[in-house]
Design a protein around this ligand. Structure first.
Ligand code: ZN
Length: 468
């Protein structure tokens, strides 16, 4: 797709068949709607379309298909892989005006919503009925249902509930040619052949535009206890995890870890205090729903006796719980505020994490002695966020050149340990060149042929995930 100006007859059709405020070409809006949280790519869309109905989405896509105009579907733009970036003169299709929340079905535990509904608004809507859509992460105040589904978003509760994919019953999708598909309705069980809904979940807007979804809900969890533990290293993080998993006194709803380097950056930026006197190599944040308070108490006492932790604290009340969570959830922001991180989001089988982390550190230190690697993430799901910090002595361009060379070395390690180069952020533009580390040539060929079938003119989010 070129970044040539939009065809005049395309613009004319839009001005004749749609409301006056359907399309904007205002320079500020173009900048805002053309980027996500990646902040690596310069936004350069040619227009932003703001439909209010599925019919408008369908008619817009029909026109785009006819005129070969590239479209970037857009939710809350909180992604970290460039999936919602419009940098080549595309039309951004924002779903933000389509945010209707349907009534909660208390018999089926479902709710039908439009794609532009904000995640947190869905949470509030369902909480009135004691229910929740358990898709939860730091950007829930701006991320939208359509974006969550299109990227099969992860987050801090995956250990308990699984990825977004598990919580979508039905989808309404508009194809590249403007056809409206209703996939699976509100059915839990439907064994009528291939499940086309799953094709669009995680497709990052490259196969169709999600306009509505029927979400599967679950009961709000009971009271959550939040603990922070100090342990010496990653091996100890995993020993504690194995032990916690075997307990029946509580249900784990988050098992997060971070290293001392991450904590130091959060303390520097957020001016937060560590609850521990002595520093430690690693920290574990455990959130659990207690089923037997006395047994939890006994387990906590045994952790010290058995040498599984060197220190630990339990939040007394909601504000202390929030303080402990802030140490973990403030990491991403603190790394960016105190330096320049080169970010990677990878996953490994949990059993392979210890060996992987040891090798990763060794590879980096042999090539780049003294470089600071800040590791954190949803370790209970095998998901690591690997952040390499720019050393002060290096110029930005030089640092980026080095990390570009170092990434394939890390992806090679990921492949060796049977992991994935993207655990939860997706591929977008950022990881496109490395997809072959996690998907075989045969898979890539099949993915390309699916793309050609569903989007024959290549107008939907071109250049994302793979080049057609
Ligand atoms: Zn994450």
């Amino acid at each position: 797709m070129s970044s040539a100006p939009l065809p005049a007859d395309f613009l004319r059709a839009l001005s004749e068949g749609f409301p006056a405020d359907f399309l904007t070409q205002d320079a500020e809006e173009l900048k805002e709607y053309g980027r996500d949280w990646t902040r690596v790519y310069a936004p350069a869309p040619s227009a932003v379309a703001l439909p209010r109905t599925t019919d408008e989405v369908a008619r817009l896509l029909t026109l785009c298909h006819q005129h070969a105009v590239a479209v970037v579907p857009s939710g809350g733009r909180t992604g970290l892989a460039g999936g919602a970036v419009a940098a080549k003169g595309e039309v951004v299709l924002s779903l933000q005006r389509m945010a209707r929340l349907g009534p909660v079905d208390l018999l089926g535990n479902t709710v039908r919503v439009q794609a532009g509904a904000v995640t947190e608004a869905v949470h509030r809507h369902c909480a009135e009925h004691g229910l929740t859509w358990p898709v939860d992460f730091a950007s829930k105040g701006s991320s939208t249902v359509g974006g969550n589904i299109a990227t099969n978003a992860g987050g801090v509760k995956v250990i308990r509930y699984g990825l977004t994919r598990n919580w979508v019953l039905g989808l309404q999708v508009v194809t590249a040619e403007g056809r409206v598909l209703e996939l699976n309705g509100a059915l839990e069980k439907n064994n009528t052949g291939l499940d086309l809904r799953q094709l669009f979940i995680g497709s990052e807007g490259t196969l169709g535009v999600i306009t509505e979804a029927t979400l599967k809900l679950t009961q709000l969890p009971g009271k959550q206890d939040v603990f922070l533990f100090a342990v010496p290293d990653v091996a100890a993080v995993l020993r504690l995890f194995r032990d916690a998993r075997q307990q029946t006194a509580f249900l784990i709803s988050a098992y997060e870890f971070f290293t001392d380097r991450c904590l130091a950056r959060v303390q520097r930026h957020r001016k937060l205090r560590s609850p521990f006197e002595a520093p430690s190599g690693c920290y574990v944040l455990l959130e659990a729903e207690s089923r037997d308070a006395a047994a939890v108490e006994a387990w906590l006492g045994s952790l010290f006796e058995r040498g599984l932790v060197t220190d630990g604290t339990q939040a007394q009340g909601a504000s202390q719980a929030a303080e402990l969570w802030a140490l973990r959830e403030g990491i991403s922001e603190s790394l960016s505020a105190t330096g320049l991180p080169h970010k990677n989001d990878i996953s490994l089988p949990v059993a392979g994490l210890e060996a992987f982390c040891a090798e990763l550190e060794a590879v980096f230190q042999s090539r780049y002695p003294g470089w600071e690697i800040c590791l954190f993430g949803h370790i209970g799901d095998g998901n690591l966020h690997v952040n390499v910090m720019k050393p002060d002595a290096l110029e930005k361009a030089e640092f980026l050149a080095h990390t570009k060379q170092a990434d394939p070395t890390m992806f090679e390690l990921v492949r060796k340990h049977a992991g994935s180069i993207s655990a939860e952020h997706g591929i977008g533009l950022l990881k496109k060149d490395y997809l072959g580390y996690s998907r075989s040539e045969e898979e890539l060929a099949l993915l390309r042929s699916l793309k050609r079938t569903l989007d024959p003119r290549g107008v939907l989010n071109p250049g994302k995930i793979l080049d057609a």
